[in-house]
Write a protein that binds this ligand. Structure first.
Ligand code: UDP
Length: 239
């Protein structure tokens, strides 16, 4: 019999950049398909999965602001980018037989349902993968903060932060070969040392709600499932 997964309900945060693969921009469907198949594996283990996707592969609000434009409008554009990515992931999940729904923080009823905590929880209880689009719905926030917020709202046991590397290191492992990976650190360590895992608001929200953050490589096929089985490589940020 396969072991009981380490977590019952999780929130997965993938940055928009993770979806673009080797391209410099946009969406590489084969990468989205691979992430979808990792999510399917988690569902097959009985784990309930919520997902927040960033929009950095398409647009970030700061790009407008840095050229003298209106930051709020830029952030609206960034939030729209997350909706595009969310729809791409839903398509990939549905294609492989995973029941998935997109709930957006910004109402756009022709494209997807609007977010409410009650509806999100109801769908998760039914075993649907819920993709939270539109970030928090507010400018000046990030999808990292949206991920911590949605994790708290759905009562997630853990927030999985898919990154470029398989955890948090003492130094950049690409530049310093002697860098070692932390097995475990605390939210407070991350904030105190300014470790760039997620933005500070997201870490603080996770700490306040006692939600562990699992930092792992989103590029490793099957990595998500392996960690859920208690086998994969990652860093656990917890109390
Ligand atoms: N954004 C926002 N409010 C939110 C989430 C996102 O205004 O609650 C905007 C912001 O402009 C951000 C962009 O959407 O730069 C894309 O999100 P993010 O940078 O978090 O994406 P990622 O880096 O994860 O791809």
């Amino acid at each position: 019999m396969s072991p009981k997964p380490a977590y019952r309900r999780v929130l997965l945060k993938a940055s928009g950049e993770a979806l673009m693969g080797d391209q410099g921009f946009g969406i590489d469907v084969s990468v989205v398909d691979r992430i979808a198949s990792d999510i399917r594996e988690a569902r097959q283990m009985g784990v309930e999965v919520g997902v927040v996707i960033g929009g950095g592969n398409i647009f970030r609000g700061v790009a407008v602001a840095s050229k003298g434009g209106d930051r709020v409008t830029g952030d609206h554009m960034g939030m729209l980018a997350t909706v595009i990515n969310s729809l791409a992931l839903r398509t990939s999940l549905v294609k492989i037989g995973v029941d998935a729904v997109v709930l957006s923080a910004i109402a756009m009823p022709e494209l997807c349902e609007s977010f409410s905590q009650r509806q999100a929880t109801a769908y998760m209880n039914q075993g649907k993968v819920v993709i939270f689009a539109g970030g928090t719905g507010n400018p000046f926030f990030t999808t990292d903060s949206a991920a911590a917020l949605r994790a708290a709202e759905i009562g997630a046991d853990a927030l999985f932060k898919g990154t470029q590397v398989d955890g948090v290191y003492t130094a950049d492992p690409k530049k310093d070969p002697s860098a070692t990976r932390y097995e475990r650190i605390t939210h407070s360590d991350v904030l105190r040392d300014g470790l760039s895992i997620m933005d500070a608001a997201a870490i603080a929200l996770a700490r306040e709600n006692h939600i562990p953050i699992i930092v792992y490589s989103i590029h490793e096929e099957g990595g998500f499932g392996a960690i859920l089985r208690g086998e994969g490589r990652c860093t656990v940020v917890s109390d």
